[in-house]
Write a protein that binds this ligand. Structure first.
Ligand code: C2E
Ligand code: MG
Ligand code: MG
Ligand code: MG
Length: 288
């Protein structure tokens, strides 16, 4: 009996594995179709200077609404795209679409307003990335200062020399680089000095407990201070509460992104926000 039930559960297990593999394949096929067929779109989340209330720039975040699979979260489809190589056409589309909007918004925003685009490791290994970025900026007539590219520590953990060389080439185009999700990986602050980055994005895990945990607050405080001392601009991610924001302001960290100010918005919604007169924008924000 025991053996039999063991066998049964093995068969169930196999059936489960099979079902999962089929679902994955279906999702991969649907994602390929979505990339080619225009079912992806971008949302934009403001990065706010909490001292002036200005929107300094926005992060472009991919969204996928599939007729069959519904809204698929980037937390699911980005890893799938990375594993299947679809990240290369997806990433190209994101860059194109972000530059199209950057061009539209260029005339209506301050000169230093930027769009920040996430890059995955796979995009660096095509040998085309730098050229793609250069021609996309050119074709859409977007000033390179209007573009920020976000990378993660995993990029420089593997093949650092090659990737750092590519980062320098990207920077030579005139754009800025941000290190995303800082605090979740392994790099130390002293290592950061070797990277040609301009902006450090403090991960939201980091921000989450600053108001409640003394230890985490101490680490966050030291990180903010040291990053500023080596000349990096610090942006805090995932700021949700007034408490977190006040704490960050006390540490002189006033550039923030998070639900406290705004969730990621559609292009139409963002357009309304960035064309508001300054005084109206400031009164649009929650009080802090
Ligand atoms: P990320 O680059 O770290 O982007 C920030 C994520 O945090 C976004 O999730 C955003 O919606 C979420 N977020 C913003 N403020 C808050 C907050 O106050 N609280 C909480 N809990 N979350 C907040 P999203 O849009 O689901 O994207 C997840 C990840 O998927 C991104 O993390 C990024 O790594 C990846 N991703 C999204 N779009 C792209 C893309 O176009 N290309 C690549 N390579 N990756 C992308
Ligand atoms: Mg990001
Ligand atoms: Mg992040
Ligand atoms: Mg990320």
């Amino acid at each position: 009996r025991a053996k039999q039930s063991g066998n049964n559960s093995y068969q169930f297990f196999q059936a489960d594995m099979h079902r999962e593999a089929m679902q994955r394949l279906a999702l991969e096929t649907a994602l390929r179709r979505a990339i080619n067929g225009g079912q992806l779109h971008l949302h934009y989340q403001p990065q706010v200077d909490a001292i002036s209330g200005r929107i300094l720039g926005v992060e472009a975040l991919a969204r996928w609404q599939d007729p069959e699979h519904g809204n698929v979260s980037p937390g699911d489809f980005i890893p799938l795209a990375e594993e299947t190589g679809l990240i290369v056409p997806l990433g190209k589309w994101v860059l194109e679409e972000a530059c199209r909007h950057a061009h539209l918004w260029q005339a209506r925003t301050d000169e230093d307003f930027y769009i920040s685009v996430n890059l995955s490791v796979g995009q660096f290994d095509t040998g085309q990335l730098v050229e793609d970025v250069r021609t996309t900026l050119e074709e859409h007539q977007v000033a390179p200062e209007r573009l920020v590219l976000e990378i993660t520590e995993s990029l420089v953990m593997n093949d650092p020399e090659h990737h750092i060389a590519l980062l320098r080439e990207l920077k030579a185009l005139g754009l800025r680089l941000a290190l995303d999700d800082f605090g979740t990986g392994y790099s130390s602050l002293s290592y950061l000095r070797q990277l040609p980055i301009d902006i450090l994005k403090l991960d939201r895990q980091f921000v989450r407990n600053v108001a409640s945990s003394k230890e985490e607050a101490a680490i966050a405080r030291a990180t903010i201070t040291m990053a500023a001392e080596i000349g990096l601009t610090v942006v805090a991610e995932g700021v949700e509460t007034q408490e977190q924001l006040r704490w960050l302001l006390q540490q002189d960290c006033h550039l923030v992104q998070g639900f406290f100010f705004s969730k990621p918005l559609s292009d139409e919604e963002l357009e309304k926000l960035i064309t508001l007169p300054r005084s109206e924008l400031v009164s649009h924000w929650p009080r802090y």
